[in-house]
Design a protein around this ligand. Structure first.
Ligand code: SAM
Length: 513
């Protein structure tokens, strides 16, 4: 074999390796946190548990590293193992979820393994640097490179890695990076490398590259398992994972793996969301929709003759683009986004409402369920205060409010949040509310809350002709709650406490886990 590389070359390589493995380690941690918040819900809880478990496992790994006799050999083994466990983490978790319906156990097992292996890296690198006799060895340099790597990873993850690679390929790409580090380390310290190590490295690299080449196929197999129907579109945007499925002409939209509509029965949801408010409001010239990027609520709004202008504010430009431009998706909203009365603004709903000085006759909140605090803030007293400031004196607000059966306290928490929202027209009082619900087969018993400055007159809304579900009779029925859905004690949702997230997750867990 060729002569031994110089200590200088080895030192430079080890510092470069420190940077690369710091990037890979943080990416695995972020992948674990993202997968767990997609599949287990409540991003804050999941992110903080993942960070805690990962850091403590790193501590364990650092402690265990003392038992490794030959530092460079141990380092190369750790890189091979990380390449496999970290690299296959996202595919393994999606398949475990799809096939076993279980994600928590495999997630934490893999996270601990990745944490322990990552924790060994820096102590081992420091020992190798010392052993090769680097003259001015400073441990601080290793730490600095490690922290800079972590910064690079945390910036690249949301901006580049997720939008361009998606979780599955990102996991495999960084697995290959660890294997690259392993391979170069084996080569540059070849007098320590055993045949077994080279063989294990070659097998791991072959499997990882093969999985990476087949990543698209892997994603589609996992998604077919997850969604049952054919996946016709799957994209990761900086904001969310968008999936559209189709089966026998039935289209369903999922955002972050939560269903948003099923074309079979979405008319029930959207008619009930839109027409009671527009049919009861004295004026409907200027309408605001927050969320609703699928265009279905807009389609229903445009059925009212008095509507002059609709502003739709949705966070994700990709969702509104898909529902404006893809013919089969635009057909579902009857081309609502190409109607000249509609203006689409891609912005966070909170930021929009905080900075707008326009007044609207009806404000429709068609947002995803409050399963984490980023969404729960859009169901908070502070948010409703801002929304009420943008409402005309006789205007109406309406929000989708989840299931009063599956998450009863969450539904009533939203209702109570409106009644505790400051009424600018009646100082010292809250808003008046009108809660109602409807059965939507693909969602379950589904609720809405309407709110206004003055109590609403008990009259039948003026409804457009040819609705598929809503009539004067079904409207009366919608306002009646059974014993198992009627009002119960529930705290107001506040941006300090986010009581709603707990109510929401507890309710759904009780029914479906
Ligand atoms: N019908 C729905 C349901 O069942 O939950 C809601 C549907 S709608 C498709 C939800 C929309 O809200 C999505 O298009 C999403 O991009 C948008 N969205 C999520 N967070 C948002 C935010 N902070 N501001 C504005 N729009 C948001």
């Amino acid at each position: 074999m060729s002569e031994t590389p110089s200590p200088r070359l080895r030192e430079v390589w080890l510092l470069a390796a420190t940077f690369l493995i710091a990037v890979a380690g943080l990416i695995y941690e972020l992948i674990a946190a993202t997968v767990s918040s997609y599949l287990l819900g409540d991003s804050v809880r999941q992110f903080s548990i993942v960070i805690g478990v990962f850091l403590s496992s790193m501590g364990l790994g650092a402690w265990l590293s003392r038992y490794i006799e030959e530092a460079i050999r141990g380092f190369s083994w750790a890189q091979i193992a990380l390449g496999v466990v970290g690299g296959f983490m996202a595919p393994a978790l999606f398949f475990a979820y799809a096939w076993l319906g279980e994600v928590a156990m495999p997630l934490y097992a893999m996270l601990i393994a990745v944490g322990v292996l990552s924790g060994m890296e820096i102590p081992l690198i420091a020992r190798v640097l010392k052993s090769i006799g680097v003259p001015d060895f400073r441990f601080e340099n290793v730490l600095t490179v490690d922290y800079v790597g972590a910064l690079a990873a945390s910036l690249a993850f949301p901006l580049l890695i997720i939008p361009h690679l998606g979780l599955m390929s990102a996991s495999l790409v960084f697995g290959c990076l660890n294997l690259l580090v392993a391979g170069l380390s084996l080569y540059l310290f070849r007098e320590f490398a055993s045949r077994t190590q080279w063989a294990a490295w070659a097998v791991a690299l072959l499997c990882s590259v093969a999985a990476l080449i087949g990543a698209e196929r892997l994603v589609s197999v996992a998604e077919t398992q997850l969604f049952e129907d054919d996946v016709i579109l799957s994209e990761t945007t900086p904001y969310q994972q968008i999936t559209v499925t189709q089966f026998r002409g039935r289209t369903r939209l999922f955002l972050d793996y939560s269903i948003q509509f099923d074309s079979m029965d979405e008319y029930r949801y959207h008619e009930m969301l839109v027409h009671p408010a527009l049919g009861l409001a004295p004026r409907v010239a200027n309408i605001l929709i927050l969320g609703g990027g699928d265009g279905m609520a807009t389609r229903e709004v445009l059925r009212h003759a008095g509507v002059e202008h609709v502003t739709l504010v949705d966070l994700d430009p990709r969702v509104t683009e898909l529902f404006r431009e893809r013919p089969e998706l635009a057909a579902l909203n009857k081309g609502a986004f190409s109607d000249p009365r509609v203006t689409i603004i891609n912005r966070d709903g909170w930021q929009f409402i905080e900075n707008s000085d326009e007044t609207f006759d009806v404000i429709i909140l068609d947002l995803p369920d409050p399963k984490n605090i980023a969404l729960s803030k859009l169901y908070s007293r502070q948010f409703y205060t801002l929304v009420a400031e943008r409402l005309s004196a006789t205007g109406l607000i309406v929000t989708q409010a989840g299931s009063p059966l599956f998450a009863r306290q969450a539904f009533w928490s939203i209702a109570h949040t409106f009644t505790e929202t400051r009424n600018p027209l009646a100082p010292g009082e809250g808003l008046s509310i009108l809660p109602y619900h409807v059965y939507v087969p693909s969602f379950g018993d589904w609720g809405f809350v309407m709110a206004s400055f003055a109590p609403l007159a008990p009259r039948t809304p003026d409804l457009p002709e040819d609705l598929s579900y809503l009539t004067a009779q079904t409207w009366q029925k919608a306002q009646v709650f059974g014993t198992d859905t009627q009002e119960i004690a529930a705290e107001v949702n506040d941006i300090q406490s986010h009581a709603l997230v707990g109510y929401y997750l507890d309710g759904w867990d009780r029914w479906f886990r």
